[in-house]
Design a protein around this ligand. Structure first.
Ligand code: HEM
Length: 135
């Protein structure tokens, strides 16, 4: 995906930020750095989905969670992609038991790029429930 390009000079947040985008400049966000920033997400290495519960939402910083971008040019398939990921995970955990093993990297090593941050490698021990699986 191409980065966003400023059409005109534009100062972010009025004059308060001191950041002016110049016409023609390409803009990319360091999303991984933002999602792992303890100012926004205390203990960022900790897997804690409770951060996103409705009762904890007032502790979240707007625009500090951008897996699909935000605003008029955010990912058009955001809901579709989320549904797909949930269905895939649900199907997998229904059929297989996942465990870490000696080869599992803890914490996971991440390949950081401008668009997505995929794990470098995930080695897991996978056991099938298939004998007990009822369709
Ligand atoms: C987990 C999967 C996905 C992630 C994390 C993701 C993430 C993103 C992100 C970060 C953007 C840029 C938003 C911005 O610049 O503000 C984007 C744009 C876009 N995505 Fe996705 N995406 C996913 C799946 C998909 C799928 C499955 C499709 C199509 C079927 C899709 C279609 C698009 C399109 C067309 C745009 C450009 C929207 C525009 O420029 O107006 N994405 N996506």
């Amino acid at each position: 995906m191409e980065g966003r390009i400023a059409k005109n000079d534009y100062t972010l947040g009025g004059r308060h930020t001191g950041i002016t985008l110049r016409a023609g400049e390409t803009i990319e966000f360091g999303i991984y750095a933002m999602h792992m920033n303890a100012d926004y997400y205390p203990n960022p290495e900790q897997f804690n989905v409770d951060r996103f519960l409705p009762e904890n939402r007032n502790q979240l910083t707007p625009y500090a969670f951008l897996p699909f971008g935000l605003g008029p040019r955010q990912c058009i398939a955001k809901r579709f992609a989320q549904m797909l990921v949930k269905l895939t995970l649900a199907t997998l955990v229904l059929k297989y038991r996942f465990n870490t093993c000696e080869q599992t990297d803890i914490p996971t090593k991440v390949h950081i790029s401008s668009f997505s941050n995929a794990p470098k490698c995930i080695n897991l021990k996978i056991q099938s429930y298939i004998e007990n699986y009822i369709y």
